[in-house]
Design a protein around this ligand. Structure first.
Ligand code: UDX
Length: 495
């Protein structure tokens, strides 16, 4: 894995550009590291904001230093002020602002990423919603791949947006203010028939958040639908999933995008490739945007095996104070132990309030532990954890699938709406309570998954984790696909 080369002896140089949010950056850094291991040169484009976070909390330098000059990070501005929240619905500001200010900066990054010890960039790997980078690829006549960090089932739902609209299955007729009315609730349970391969599975409430709107001309939806369809023009398409998990949906996508590489679960794939290259895969692999609080491991060490519900709603979810308290009461009233990650910026208006009801304080002291951010893979693999109560972000689901734990799925927005349906209805690894966090429902579902149906869900989860391991092992589908991708990239050197 030599890293200093001169001129033509240097390996092909791949430029990777993730959407600058935690989930996207984590998956793309995992792919970047796999490429470094495969003796490719990589430049990852980060925004100043995400770069700062990774330097401070994610150990970016220590993680990639072993690859010498093979890895570089280039930075651009996302065009937003430092104190912009970059969470909740405000993440769309990040995407939209980059569409405005990203193009020229990207061109400059491309120009400056060619150096004495590196070849010119020979292939681009970009996230969704980044078509503004494509003129540069065209001018340089280099191939580009799209890597969407979401599930195949969510991608495929976005892909079918025009068909869903043509079938009259969206826009929704009730408006947002009607959210809780009888009609709206009923409408949300109507089936979606226009997504091939998902008949009998999807209801309108399971469509990705951007499609659950009452205006088909919604700008974010139209932008997402157009960029998703445009994936057909890329030289290849990468998804962080595996054939045994999403095979039937991948087959549907292949009818439109034949050069598809399913290479997941990427975090375990990287771990396995590091181990077979003789490297230790340690916590240095973290790409956290927040400081990891490892005190929770001591707390977990003192809990009985399989007794704890681990609760985390990911990196961008925002909860209202009412939602927070419904979840909290539900957890405490279930009588089951819980470890709960609540990011410091995750309660709307930073308003937990001064008065926390005594029964919640007491119940939490007795059976709970709350932290701001944890090393999630370590927590999920801890023997005391029995169930993952998740917001259904795709990385979180894959990390749980790899470990083999049952899930309780809630969903905040975007792809999470579809992911949570697949966990409960297709993979049968847990239950889906999207669109509600009523304390009684939370209490019941925690008991149901932790006690009443635990064995049933555990059996499914363990079987799936074996399939995940097989996919990334030598000869497995993701292993073979990743090698095929590596081979292609190695053939892209600029002539
Ligand atoms: C959301 C989407 O739902 C996701 O599918 C999409 O690709 C990006 O935006 P996010 O809220 O970031 O994602 O969820 P998720 O994809 O699950 O990623 C969160 C990451 O943060 C996971 O890798 C998880 O391990 C990590 N994490 C979370 C920690 O390391 N510590 C924590 O305490 C909580």
């Amino acid at each position: 894995m030599s890293s200093e080369y001169s001129g033509a002896a240097a390996p092909p140089h791949i430029l990777i550009f993730p959407v600058p949010l935690q989930g996207h950056v984590s998956s793309m850094l995992n792919l970047a590291e796999i490429f470094c291991l495969s003796d490719l040169h990589v430049t990852v484009v980060l925004t100043d904001y995400s770069h700062r976070r990774l330097l401070r909390h994610g150990g970016l330098h220590s993680r990639f230093s072993r690859y010498g000059g093979a890895f570089r990070a280039a930075t651009i501005s996302d065009g937003l002020p430092d104190d912009h929240p970059r969470t909740g619905e405000a993440i769309f500001d990040v995407v939209m602002s980059l569409r405005e200010v990203g193009g020229e900066q990207f061109r400059r990054v491309m120009e400056s990423s060619d150096g004495a010890s590196r070849r010119r960039v020979s292939c681009l790997i970009i996230d969704g919603m980044m078509s503004y980078t494509l003129p540069v690829a065209a001018e340089r006549r280099i191939p580009y791949f799209i890597f969407r960090t979401i599930s195949a089932c969510a991608f495929w739902s976005y892909f079918c947006t025009p068909e869903i609209i043509a079938a009259g299955e969206m826009p929704l007729r009730g408006n947002d203010e009607d959210k809780l009315t009888y009609w709206r609730k009923k409408e949300m349970d109507f089936p979606v028939t226009a997504v091939p391969g998902m008949e009998g599975i999807l209801r309108r409430r399971d469509l990705p958040g951007l499609l659950r709107v009452n205006d088909a001309a919604n700008l974010s939806l139209q932008a997402m639908a157009a960029e998703t369809k445009a994936t057909t023009k890329a030289n290849g398409f990468i998804l962080n999933t595996f054939e045994d998990l999403e095979g039937p949906i991948l087959d549907q996508i292949r009818k439109h995008i034949p050069n598809l590489y399913s290479v997941g679960p990427l975090h375990s794939h990287l771990k396995s490739r590091l181990e077979s290259s003789g490297f230790e895969s340690s916590q240095k692999n973290s790409s956290s945007f927040w400081a990891e609080d490892s005190s929770c491991i001591d707390w977990l060490d003192s809990q009985p095996i399989g007794s704890v519900v681990y609760v985390s709603f990911g990196s961008v979810t925002m909860l209202t104070r009412d939602e927070l308290f419904e979840f909290w009461y539900g957890l405490v009233n279930s009588g089951i132990r819980f470890l709960w990650v609540i990011r410091p910026d995750s309660v709307v208006g930073n308003r937990v309030g001064d008065t926390i009801p005594e029964e919640l304080e007491e119940g939490t002291k007795r059976r709970g532990h709350m932290v701001e951010w944890v090393p999630q893979s370590t927590v999920l693999g801890h023997p005391s954890v029995g169930v993952f109560f998740t917001h259904s972000g795709w990385n979180s689901i894959l990390e749980c699938v790899a470990i083999g734990l049952p899930m309780i799925c809630w969903a905040y927005f975007v792809d999470q709406m579809t992911n949570s349906r697949f966990v409960s209805e297709v993979w049968k690894m847990g239950l889906d309570i999207k669109d509600t966090c009523d304390r009684v429902i939370v209490e019941n579902v925690v008991r149901e998954v932790m006690e009443v149906r635990k064995d049933e869900f555990l059996e499914r989860a363990r079987a799936m984790s074996i399939m995940a391991r097989n996919a990334i092992s030598e000869g497995g589908s993701s292993f073979v696909n990743l090698n095929r991708l590596n081979e292609f990239l190695k053939s892209t050197t600029q002539r």
